[in-house]
Design a protein around this ligand. Sequence first.
Ligand code: HEM
Length: 538
Amino acid sequence: SGPETVSPTGQPTGAEQARMAQSGAYLTTAQGVRLPDTDHSLKAGPRGPVLLQDHHLREKLMHFDHERIPERVVHARGAAAHGVFQSYGTAQGVSKAAFLAQDVETPVFVRFSTVLGSRGSADTVRDTRGFATKFYTEEGVFDLVGNNIPVFFIQDAIKFPDIIHAGKPHPDREIPQAQSAHDTFWDFVSLHTEATHHTLWNMSDRGIPRSYRMMEGFGVHTFRLVNAEGATTLVKFHWKPKLGVHSLVWEEAQIIAGVDPDFHRRDLFDAIESGAFPQWELGIQTFPDTADQMFEGIDLLDPTKIVPEELAPVKPVGLLTLNANPSNFFAEAEQVAFHTGHLVPGIDATDDPLLAGRNFSYLDTQFTRLGGPNFPQLPINRTHAPVNDMLRDGMHQTAVHRGVAPYKPNSLDGGCPFFAGADTGAFIEVPVDVPPGRKVREAPASFGDHFSQSRMFWLSMTPVEREHIIAAYTFELGKCYEQAVKERTLAVLANIDPELCAQVAAGLGLPVPAATEPLADTRPSPALSQVGRTWPLD
Ligand code: HEM
């Protein structure tokens, strides 16, 4: 059996203790011993020296000294809320996931975040936003760890430390704290041109959302669904906000960052507190699970590409409502641990090389951030499904495991046999064919197209959205010290669009470079513009 709420000696354990914290009638030490006073140290007389004997003083100070945990290595700044996901059942044909069956209600916890700033940074900076959802399903936890931008900077996880080193503040002067206006960021994205598409989204109004309640969310990677018959479908996940997609304009974002750096956090909390519960529809774009994993010429394993909605409409599969604020920010928003590898039967990973690295990285970082391997036992991370694992001991273990034989099968703990493959409700990785090949450090040729979708995005913008993009590039690049970085970035912009390049060059007072590649022959995708964008919610 799994962790218990009562130990063999009848004492409360784990979540039970957490629930009971601060519940007694008297002030006590951590050991439950009643205290007469917490305002005066024990001294040898009112004017005498403080005594080492004072356990309460030492316990209080030492606990305080250790109150801070490391902030997240990325997405440190965030805000979160509880809610419920109501499934329409419309995904049932493609996925056997129990939480996607008709009319199932699943409790969820959602954390929104910026990526680059530290935990105390301002909310309205230009950045990507995280949109991470934990579904406490009856089959275990499913995490959809997404962003508000549907593509990513890099195609292979091995570059993640590099892009983040480039995006975080300069190692020498530790600036800027939370935006992309600096040399290392532009140096990286102009040298690693697969970052062009994501960077263009960042420079658009999507980089300065009006509210967490008014952002789309995207799973980014292509995942694989499997239905009850074992048939598979490739899928991209989308969150569509009921309030529509809205952004600030740059001047508003700047003023708010000074006047109310907690603007997004406050907005989310106040909306929920006043009963204006934010809602999103979860939608799926589905694609045939072909051997090449391409759709209409788009490589579904390339996380720098979208599939335009006119080619694959987003089908609504359920409704998310955020209806309760955290009662303790640390216990909930800070201690929550999301992971792309938290999947349930019916949803599986694909061979997207960025996803593979993420599936390693989250658990690894959480071992440090949350102090060892037992953070799944923290109340916010606990699955609502029964747990019967072979994980034992370790730092901060709160479960009192029963039995003597933490291995399966065993003949000592009163049965509990384990027959591999016998559990039809188990999560079984879809046994897809692995493409033949040789071990190489190489990307597929299709990953070499860095500009066609950037151009599609640019062409989809209305005149005012283009003005904002030009102003954003000009402002951010204007903060760079290195001339060569600005010039190289202009050369990248020339591959997106001559007008964009010329306008930014004029703003920077630099010559207009020639494109290094022929302009992509692409058409606008109307769904990419925010202007007049509504989502058909019925
Ligand atoms: C947070 C790694 C790409 C979305 C994090 C964290 C790490 C990480 C280490 C901190 C987690 C923690 O301390 O609990 C990576 C790596 C990536 C990658 C290695 C690529 C190789 C992405 C992408 C997305 C994304 C593509 C969006 C689709 C998020 C979100 C969070 C996060 C939303 C914050 C989760 C929260 O609110 O606690 N990532 N990430 N990441 N990442 Fe990634």
